[in-house]
Design a protein around this ligand. Structure first.
Ligand code: XUL
Ligand code: CO
Length: 436
């Protein structure tokens, strides 16, 4: 196979003392942490759209990314070549999983049938490349947001034929995910929301979204696809309001429409920020409902109010994510998919390597710090003690649901005024800093 990243060797672990920028300083895939190799905890994935299709344009200027392998044409040949480049990248960076949208890997053609036919031929090539390099599909998805036909939404479009087009795309994307042994399939409702309520029947649109997802579940069952379905929350952008706005809204929707048995959440850090939450908050909400499936690993910028999709390099962030993942018992079908792009100024192919190395090293450190925090048990001991008044006595009866307002009225009248203990937030923040 031709080498497109010539001059870049396979990235190896060289340890924290190395000053080689094209080496891992912390991510050592086979090193055991909490009884498991790092790579099995982290299950890194690369996003095809950002690695291969993101030209690094912004609303004020054209793309800057150098992609010498890409002739810019919407041809099958170009699509096949890009796939070769991507698998060379996966091999050299040492990432086992990847994710794609249908339109990332194969273009829109003259008719829907031609589009699907080319897509499945390209998918077959992905299948061969997977076999050659031992790479795996973390999840597949369909792009129901770029084409102008989806301007008013896909499953939530007021136009029923658009709903049908979207269904056709998702059916074929599920077929492809199944053929490639994909461990999951993601729904991100890119335009499933509204620009204004002045022209929108929200109840009807949300009903249609649920109908669409039920059709996906039924179809997967009919072809024997048993991968995990995910919904990816995001509050806005491109829509003013998206129906899958945050983890709690998604869970409520899934419960209301009897879909919770079939879906878990794919949480993205930058989307949590846009929703006005921390990623830790979103993870606690999802884990509390036994519904955390996978993670789109990135970060936003505190100074910018949009989805900057930066590579995750903040150690507080990676530590907080890994703390919760470890407590959950780790991923089952999910992984840490770098839904992240380089800055527009970082336009050279080698920057793809620097970017992923940084994210992988940051998560390796987060994993090690989190494992140590859990092993020491200082935070969990503190939290346990903080709630200990519910372990026995009247607190125990409250948790066991053995008492009501009548009992508590009598009880409260007979006791001294409650004495509070300190929450010690600052002390605990200092302890966290000691670990970092
Ligand atoms: C958009 C986003 C998507 C999904 C997949 O903000 O995160 O790339 O991850 O459609
Ligand atoms: Co994402």
């Amino acid at each position: 196979m031709a080498a497109y990243f010539s001059g870049i060797e396979k990235i190896n672990y060289e340890g924290p003392d190395s000053d080689n920028p094209l080496a891992f300083h912390h991510y050592n895939p086979t090193e055991l942490v909490a009884g498991k190799p790092m790579k099995d905890h982290l299950r890194f994935g690369a996003a095809y759209w950002h690695c291969m299709r993101n030209e690094l344009a912004d609303p004020f200027g054209a793309g800057t990314a150098l992609m010498p392998w890409d002739d810019g044409s919407a041809t099958e040949q170009n699509a096949l070549k890009r796939a070769d480049v991507f698998f060379e990248f996966l091999e050299k960076i040492g990432i086992d999983y990847y994710c794609f949208h249908d339109r990332d890997i194969s273009p829109e053609c003259g008719t829907l049938t031609e589009t699907h036919d080319m897509f499945h031929r390209v998918v077959a090539h992905f299948g061969d490349l997977q076999k050659q390099g031992g790479k795996k599909l973390l999840w597949g998805t369909a792009c129901l947001f770029s084409h102008p036909r989806y301007a008013h939404g896909a499953s939530t479009s007021p136009n029923a034929d658009v709903f049908a087009y979207g269904a056709s795309q998702v059916k074929n994307a599920i077929d492809a995910t199944h053929a490639l042994g994909g461990e999951g399939y993601t729904f991100w409702g890119g335009r499933e929301g509204y620009g204004s309520l002045i022209n929108t029947d929200m109840t009807r649109e949300v009903d249609h979204l649920a109908t669409f997802l039920h059709m996906a579940v039924d179809y997967a069952k009919s072809i024997g696809y048993t991968g995990q379905f995910y919904i990816e929350p995001k509050p806005r952008e491109p829509s003013t309001h998206q129906y899958d706005s945050d983890a709690a809204a998604c869970l409520n929707f899934l419960r209301q429409y009897d879909l919770l048995d079939h879906f878990k959440l794919n949480l993205e850090t930058n989307h949590a920020t846009l929703a006005g939450h921390t990623m830790e908050h979103e993870m606690e909400v999802a884990i509390g409902a036994n519904a955390l499936g996978s993670i789109d690993a990135n970060r936003g910028d505190e100074l910018l109010g949009w989805d900057t999709d930066q590579f995750p390099t903040n150690l507080y962030g990676t530590t907080n994510v890994m703390l919760r993942l470890l407590k959950m018992g780790g991923f089952t079908t999910g992984g840490l998919n770098f839904d992240a792009k380089r800055r527009r100024e970082s336009h050279e192919p080698v920057d793809l390597f620097h970017a992923h190395i940084g994210g992988m090293d940051a998560f390796a450190r987060g994993l090690k710090i989190a494992a140590k925090i859990i092993e020491d048990g200082r935070f969990s001991e503190f939290v346990k003690t903080r709630y200990s008044s519910f372990d026995s006595g009247m607190g125990g009866k409250i948790e066991a649901k053995q008492v009501g307002f009548q009992d508590l009225d009598e009880y409260a009248r007979g006791i001294e005024a409650p004495q509070l203990s300190s929450g010690r937030q600052e002390h605990l923040e200092n302890v966290l800093n000691d670990y970092l």
